[in-house]
Design a protein around this ligand. Structure first.
Ligand SMILES: [Cu+2]
Length: 737
């Protein structure tokens, strides 16, 4: 919005809104830096216990006296005169994979956390000069040791840092420049969301390796990865640019692995430490199904174009994951700041080589092994897209407002950390792995010409059958949809856009689903609807498109022979109570979860809300207690099957009939799922993936007991400190055990 078009009254209101934003930013800063607590804000009357911000001193973003614009509640982000689709989209930056982790990593990885002591930086909270602490932040001892570390021994090492924004000098898109809109990867990439916008301050943007584009981890079944994550964020908790927390916990969403690798919200680590995550990359059921590895469909691509068979159920094969921060109460701020990457997992079925025709490979669009020399993992026609809405302050720096406990929304859509980019494509089929990486925004995707897309995967999982759609389902935060678009129907020189139809006026839920014409008209109050990514059809492919989208992808596992030992109900709603005063483990906020018809409780990672028995199967009912909001609910650990929506199997849309790990809990609706607890143990989580709701306490801990013992032994809760993690008994256990 250009200021000179406004009346003097409007200008005055805009100034008032800017002042209100600055006032809010001061309090957010103090809160994020640990100087005040949410409880103190309630006490001072700045927010109500119900979570609504009191409209005093222009503090409430939506109070009538301010000119807070939709959807940020702040003045519009400055565009510096830039037009949409004036910059190329960066493809993801592929993380280097290193052989021989035990030689490559110094020090070598260990099953239990490495507790070698180092001198601590006194700028860390609670640290005195001369204090020492462990070099690894993982909780120590056998409970947090890597499960099956010797049988699933790491073969690949990936080493990353978390740090402030800096120029990328080592960009590797994994494809030649002509498949990356002509971008020369040797050109240094500063952290800018558009070339004409200011470079982001290192305190405002914290990413993997400190750089953009976002990072892509490449893995394959049967080849465990040791992911060593160094925390290089500022030691001083106040050096955060006003939002974000310098302690982190990295969740591989939705890894089937031990809890020590899951980024448990309370297993966070400090600047100056690393954390070793062991990603075994195994098929669920590996200890009970196909244990001798005789089925080629349960397999991994080898380097010669063949298959290495692995144990487990091939119906549990996964493809598109992502990884992101899970810091207790600060996930939304940290992910928004840049703590998010994607993870492509390759298998004998989903090979990433469309020309290998062996009766197992599904030959999905990717690229040819015979051209690249890579027998798996070709990215030529397989493109990761991370969607996220962002907002910027008057200086063009990233802006975040946690005053909105309904969910923070940005007014500008970015794809792979670039504002409304274009992407050059050839006249052939492409696979797009779309991630909703927003804080609180839902997307509903269509093409600007209304033509069809083929959805092949939902979350990490290829669907039983592909589903052709002209509009994808509304996509909740953290959901992944893999789609295929066939650009051969266009002619060279044509352009077609991805369009967002989901209109938000606030973070509680989408306000409206627009028609394609409405979304394209520009008449919505929400500037984030409409076109957000432009495809430019630039040429014919050098080789004919031999990729396929077979009628059968991955059928669901057959669970009919596995008894259901228990059903549980989790209801998601507002006005939750907090039963604990623990300053470390207990969260604050209006949102909460009621377990088995109990009270709505705000998150406390010292509380065990469910403890399913190892080796069993259960049915879980997820319910939304009201019509005013929409919660994308994520269950960690193992993919689930959706049995019903609102009580009926036929209400489950075709594109949701595979396995999933996030379910949109539409207003006043419920979903019935079934899941198993096998192969690994430990403490996991379930939460709303509107990360504002999650941080304002819609999260619970559940754990898998100690492998089938006669009674459950709740695990001790980790309490991280720079001097070393301490343990305490769980505060309470909700479920009668
Ligand atoms: Cu929610």
């Amino acid at each position: 919005m250009a200021l000179f078009f406004l009346s003097s009254k409007q200008k005055a209101r805009l100034k008032e809104a800017e002042n209100a934003r600055r006032n809010r930013a001061e309090i957010i800063k103090a809160w994020s830096q640990g100087q005040i607590t949410r409880r103190e804000l309630v006490k001072w009357g700045l927010i109500t216990a119900g979570g609504l911000w009191v409209p005093i001193h222009g503090l409430s973003p939506f109070a009538k006296s301010t000119f807070g614009t939709i959807p940020t509640g702040a003045p519009p982000s400055p565009l510096y005169g830039c037009q949409p689709f004036s910059q190329p989209m960066y493809r993801f930056d592929v993380l280097p994979r290193n052989q021989n982790p035990f030689q490559f990593l110094k020090p070598a990885p260990t099953a239990e956390a490495n507790t070698k002591q180092q001198l601590l930086d006194p700028r860390l909270e609670g640290v005195k000069s001369g204090d020492t602490g462990p070099i690894e932040g993982r909780p120590p001892g056998p409970i947090w040791a890597h499960q099956d570390f010797n049988t699933l021994r790491p073969k690949i090492a990936v080493q990353v840092t978390q740090e402030g924004a800096k120029t990328n000098m080592t960009y590797n898109p994994g494809v030649p420049s002509y498949l990356n809109s002509g971008i020369n990867p040797a050109t240094p990439i500063p952290v800018k969301f558009h070339p004409q916008w200011p470079t982001q301050d290192p305190l405002k943007v914290w990413t993997f390796n400190g750089t953009i584009p976002p990072k892509l981890l490449i893995g394959r079944y049967g080849e465990p990865i040791l992911f060593r994550h160094y925390n290089k964020l500022p030691y001083d908790i106040k050096q955060n640019g006003g939002f974000g927390r310098h302690t982190i916990s990295t969740h591989e969403h939705n890894g089937h692995h031990g809890a020590e690798n899951d980024g448990f919200t309370g297993a966070f680590f400090f600047p100056g430490q690393f954390y070793d995550y062991h990603y075994p990359i195994v098929l669920a059921g590996l200890k009970t199904i196909n244990t001798t590895a005789t089925d080629r469909r349960a397999g991994s691509p080898n380097d010669a174009g063949g298959i290495t068979k692995v144990p487990g159920d091939w119906h549990e094969t996964m493809s598109t994951h992502w990884f992101h921060d899970h810091m207790f109460s600060f996930t939304s701020q940290n992910v928004y700041k840049g703590n998010a990457g994607m993870f492509n997992i390759y298998s004998s079925l989903d090979r990433g080589a469309e020309d290998i025709n062996d009766g197992v490979n599904l030959r999905l669009p990717s690229g040819r092994a015979s051209v690249s020399g890579k027998s798996w993992g070709n990215l030529d026609y397989d493109v990761n897209l991370m969607l996220a809405d962002k907002a910027f302050d008057a200086d063009g720096q990233l802006f975040f407002d946690i005053f909105q406990d309904d969910g923070f929304l940005g007014d500008l859509i970015t794809v792979n950390c670039t504002y409304k980019p274009y992407f050059e494509v050839e006249r052939r089929k492409y696979r797009f792995r779309i991630l909703n990486g927003a804080v609180a925004r839902f997307f509903k995707i269509a093409l600007s010409d209304g033509s069809p897309m083929i959805q092949i995967a939902n979350d990490g999982n290829l669907l039983p059958r592909p589903v052709t759609l002209t509009q994808l389902d509304e996509m909740g935060i953290a959901e992944r949809y893999d789609i295929v678009i066939d650009f051969s129907r266009y002619s060279i020189g044509q352009r077609v856009c991805m369009v967002n139809l989901a209109e938000h006026l606030h973070g509680r839920k989408p306000f409206n689903t627009l028609s394609l014409a409405e979304a394209l008209s520009g008449s919505s109050l929400d500037p984030s609807v409409g076109k957000f990514l432009e495809f430019r059809i630039v040429r014919d492919p050098a080789q004919p498109d031999i990729s396929q989208v077979p009628d059968t992808l991955i059928p669901n596992p057959d669970l009919s022979g596995i008894p259901v030992v228990r059903e549980r109900t989790f209801e998601f709603g507002r006005d939750a109570e907090q039963t604990s005063n623990d300053l470390v483990t207990a969260g604050d906020g209006p949102w909460g979860i009621a377990t088995d018809k109990g009270a709505f409780l705000a998150a406390n990672f010292g509380r065990v809300s469910a403890a399913p028995r190892f080796g069993t199967r259960e049915i879980w009912h997820l319910k939304n207690d009201g019509g005013g909001w929409d919660h994308p609910i994520h269950i960690h650990f193992e993919e689930c099957q959706t049995l019903a929506r609102d009580g009926k199997a036929r209400n489950v849309p075709a594109a949701e009939r595979g396995r999933k790990d996030v379910w949109r809990l539409r207003p006043s609706s419920d979903v019935t799922i079934t899941l198993q607890f096998r192969d690994f143990a430990g403490m996991f989580m379930q939460h709303c993936h509107n990360t504002t709701h999650e941080d304002f306490a819609m999260l619970l801990r559940w754990e898998i007991d100690d492998k089938g013992g006669p009674y459950v032994r709740p695990l001790p809760t980790p309490i991280p400190r720079p001097q070393g993690v301490q343990f305490q008994d769980p505060d309470e256990t909700i479920t009668p055990l």
